[in-house]
Ligand binder design. Sequence first.
Ligand SMILES: Nc1ncnc2c1ncn2[C@@H]1O[C@H](COP(=O)(O)OP(=O)(O)OP(=O)(O)O)[C@@H](O)[C@H]1O
Length: 456
Amino acid sequence: MMNTGQLSNNKLLDMVFESTYYGIVIVDSHAKIQYISNKYCEFLNVERSTVIGEHVTNIIENTRLHLVVQIGKSEIADIHFLRGDFVIANRIPIIENKEIIGAIGTIMFRDLDDWNKMNSHIKEILTKHNFYKNERDVINGVKYSLHNLIGNSQEIQQLKELVKRVARGDISVLIRGESGTGKEIIAHSIHQLSGRSDKPLVKINCTSIPEHLLESELFGYEEGAFTGANKGGKIGKFQFADGGTVFLDEIGDMPQHMQVKLLRVLQEKEFDPVGSLYPKKLNVRVIAATNRPLEKLVEEKLFREDLFYRINAVQLFVPPLRDRIEDIPVLVDYFLKKVTARIGKRVTSVHPEVLSVIEQYNWPGNIRELENVIDAGVHLSNDEVIGKDALPDYLKRHNVKMKEESLKDIVEETEKKAIERALRRFKFDKKRVAETLGIGNSTLYDKIKKYQISDQ
Ligand SMILES: Nc1ncnc2c1ncn2[C@@H]1O[C@H](COP(=O)(O)OP(=O)(O)OP(=O)(O)O)[C@@H](O)[C@H]1O
């Protein structure tokens, strides 16, 4: 416990601290407030006489002083969200004879007016910075780079290596994977690592543009091309991307008449704006993404085979989250930091029970779904640790399997997952799956039957 006798001369402390630009609070080893400067009280809008002796967490939101007296480590220039604003906070333990007897916390301001001015000044700088950054990204179209692709699993590490390798060339890339697995991050990363990075990346979502507008949106039109056409015509997305990259998301949904035109862009490197008499030359790299079985669409004659081979020069497969659960802890941590930094709330981890639920759920919406769950968890949590009560109902109801499984269960579960993963990876080509897994065809068929795995 702090020797309060040393601090009894509050008048002297007041004289020193009220003439500085800091708000100061001193707590004892139980995190109870022993001293707090008048200016800090004014800033917090609390009555000084009522807060002395109170636990610091009852008076200062998002404080960490109670942790500093436990851990004994200084925290310098930490961003602290306080009364609706960000302040710069220092927290220093007071150590006597190797024992933590308390801690000092400071936040920096001059007076309330100065603080308000300074804060609005910082906000203005931040707003400008964000504005220019967003402007650049809008002009350039780039939102992500490879370091946004989080994951320690072998699959993600290999994928990152492949992205770096294919980025340099001009080759078309087809990115496959379920919805929400990070295909767009990969497309952005390829563009950003390529020689085209100073030119635009233009995303075209093939499902979101109405079919009758698709051609003019993609290839533009000449003046007078149709009633209602803009004077001077309109430049299409492909032309806007000239020199850069076009990212065709959900390419499996591209209507067939547009598939022909796309093929021409890829083969002849030219296109016809609607209503134009002459073709225009174009230099774009195409990256396409899909979560649909393109081979099947080709078989059903819904997707052109020649286009399929053109866009499929290099194929990248992003595995679903359920197949790389080793990525879950780092992803959870990443999203926790992202959300807490955005909303200024202190939530540091998820309860081990929640982590078990998360690891055993099958995540049909993949990482997008996980991000939403963590986002909601941070908002709903009353604690620094997200508990099961802050999970959505469908996850709360999800029964966690007992961890004490027999070795046989664990081996079988692993075997089943490995077969499922390989089947998806090789698009249910069982011969390749059997070869890769080093088992005979008939063994593979037996196991598919035993584990009741859907084999198409
Ligand atoms: N490995 C990852 N690390 C960090 N964030 C990720 C990762 N994968 C996906 N995300 C995040 O998940 C969300 C969905 O990712 P993205 O849009 O790239 O998925 P997608 O596969 O293109 O989905 P869709 O097929 O539905 O368009 C985004 O917010 C993205 O930032």
